[in-house]
Design a protein around this ligand. Structure first.
Ligand code: ATP
Ligand code: F6P
Ligand code: MG
Length: 516
């Protein structure tokens, strides 16, 4: 068990409950473990009591992975009644405010005797806020690659702050983290952002690299910013954690809220990333085009390359949605070309059977093969992410060579690379709604004094999730999970698992692992 897991059980000696980082904000959740992910300073201070508390509560099985609160390091911060009390939108809601006791369970498929497991705080407006609206100076920044819906999140943070809380002072930081110290800010009002959700990209522009925590926090302090909304992927959220830690170290009343973004859908804990549905939908157009092309010629072979550096979610879902795909190749599932059970054998069978076929490949798949054949320097982007080799043309050449040279069978290759087309578009209707919920959750959380947190749905219910949970591990397609099995069942493609590996997978499957 994690040493930062502590118990708030009523049997605890009171000193534990009085340590600032451990103290619940309102009514404590009774009889629970609280995993606060405290910043290094607090974990150092609390090491002994935390370990002792764990020992005392070994039998308790309810874990709350809590997010930090400004009062953890500013204990005398005053609070105010939430202005939503009087808002025309919320005053008629039956339970306007989310109770401090409301939590969201990470696992909802459980067995009768399973432990209650990990929970997160439910997102939403709280009875008390820790900012007077007229004293809020918020800023929004977008970093990393694009994804559909960023503009909707920006719009809804601005409109949410303004319409729900009466906040008027909102700044846009342009071109990512480096914009904090190298650019002027732009004033964001509901009028300025009114139409931006209809456009792809980010109204505030973006960049990679350039994260300098000291300079960023200096700038936040100099400008009198007290709420920071950070939209970006895993790298961006790591940067957000640094900003939160530095602001806390300096004792600044600055709430840092992260809205995780990635087209690859590889953010842990959250159900899915915003813009992902839109991207999968757009990918259908490329797959359809490939299918139409190859269906119309003799021995047509279509290849569609989609994004997905380390995870094949876009490829997997686009394949499952389409039904025209014969084979889906993803980074998590190593494939091989030659021999029994290999890709060539399968493609030959499909061509004999149907006269055409479509392959979808995620950009991160087969990197080891490409690397072995092309002399490429190990290049990185400005943020330090490894630049991938282009697997699409490599695969297309391999298949062409195999059929025309080895099998003496001419094929008609149609290669489509819609990489940027699927992420540079505006979000669809359902992603727009999703983005609105994310933005509102972030606004409610920051106003309520939470900081160093991210937002997202866990089993469909929106929650406040510690930043570390979304940065420590990337979500990947589980080869032993049901979704990948559904894909294999749908395409009937080889699993590319040799018999030795099959045994290992069966062993893993027989362990008590549940998958969605
Ligand atoms: N470990 C880190 N600590 C502080 N800042 C970081 C860290 N990693 C990345 N960043 C900063 O976060 C920003 C975005 O990072 P990156 O380019 O990796 O994109 P990302 O947020 O992971 O999005 P995506 O990968 O989905 O495009 C950059 O400005 C980068 O400097
Ligand atoms: O070319 P860019 O903008 O660096 O982004 C490419 C990368 O960004 C991602 O979309 C992640 O955001 C990856 O799938 C892709 O490899
Ligand atoms: Mg990333």
């Amino acid at each position: 068990m994690d040493l930062s897991t502590i118990s708030l059980s009523s049997s605890l000696p009171s000193p534990f409950l009085h340590q600032p980082s451990l103290r619940p904000k309102a009514a404590p959740l009774s009889g629970i473990f609280l995993r606060n992910n405290p910043p290094p300073l607090f974990s150092r201070l609390n090491r002994r009591p935390i370990a002792a508390a764990v020992q005392q509560s070994q039998n308790d099985d309810f874990v709350l992975e809590d997010v930090p609160h400004l009062t953890n390091f500013l204990p005398d911060l005053p609070s105010y009644p939430n202005p939503l009390h009087g808002s025309q939108a919320y005053s008629i809601v039956k339970n306007t405010f989310v109770s401090q006791e409301d939590v969201v369970a990470q696992n909802i498929v459980i067995r009768k005797d399973s432990p209650r497991g990990i929970h997160f705080r439910r997102a939403g407006p709280r009875e008390k806020v820790y900012f007077k609206p007229e004293e809020v100076r918020a800023c929004i920044v977008t970093c990393g690659g694009l994804c559909p819906g960023i503009n909707t999140v920006i719009r809804e943070i601005v409109c949410g702050l303004n319409n729900m809380y009466g906040v008027e002072d909102i700044l846009g930081i342009e071109e990512g983290y480096r914009g904090f110290y190298s650019k002027n800010t732009v004033r964001l009002t509901p009028k300025v952002v009114n139409h931006i959700h209809k456009r792809g990209g980010t109204f505030l522009r973006t960049s990679r690299g350039g994260h300098d925590t000291q300079k960023i926090v200096d700038n936040i302090a100099d400008r009198g910013i007290n709420q920071v909304y950070i939209i970006g992927g895993d790298g961006t959220q790591r940067g957000a954690a640094c900003i939160y830690e530095e602001a806390q170290k300096r004792g600044l009343q600055v709430a840092v809220a992260g809205i995780p973004k990635t087209i690859d859908n590889d953010i842990a804990v959250k159900d899915k990333s915003f813009g992902f549905d839109t991207a999968v939908e757009e990918a259908q157009r490329a797959i359809n085009a490939a299918h139409v092309e190859v269906e119309s010629v003799e021995n047509g072979v279509g290849i569609v390359k989609l994004m997905g550096r380390y995870s094949g979610f876009i490829a997997m879902f686009a394949t499952l949605a389409s039904r025209d795909v014969d084979c889906c190749l993803i980074p998590e599932s190593p494939f091989y070309l030659e021999g029994r059970g290999g890709l060539y054998e399968f493609l030959e069978e499909r061509l004999k059977e149907n006269g055409h076929l479509v392959i979808v490949i995620a950009e991160g798949a087969g990197q080891e093969y490409v690397a072995a054949e092309v002399s490429a320097a190990n290049e990185k982007d400005a943020s330090g992410n490894r630049l991938l080799l282009d697997v699409g043309p490599w695969l297309s050449d391999k298949i062409k060579d195999h059929f025309t040279k080895t099998r003496k069978m001419p094929i008609n290759m149609k290669y489509i690379d819609p990489t940027y087309m699927i992420r540079a578009i505006p979000s669809n209707a359902s992603d727009n709604i999703y983005c609105t919920l994310l933005a509102h959750s972030a606004v409610h959380g920051a106003m309520a004094g939470y900081t160093g947190f991210t937002v997202g749905p866990v089993n469909s219910r929106h929650a406040y999730i510690p930043i570390s949970r979304v940065t420590e591990k990337q979500k990947t397609v589980e080869l032993t999970g049901r979704m990948w099995a559904r894909l294999l069942a749908s395409t009937n493609q080889p699993s590319f698992i040799s018999s030795d590996l099959e045994e290992v997978v069966q062993d893993i499957n027989s362990m008590n692992i549940t998958s969605k």
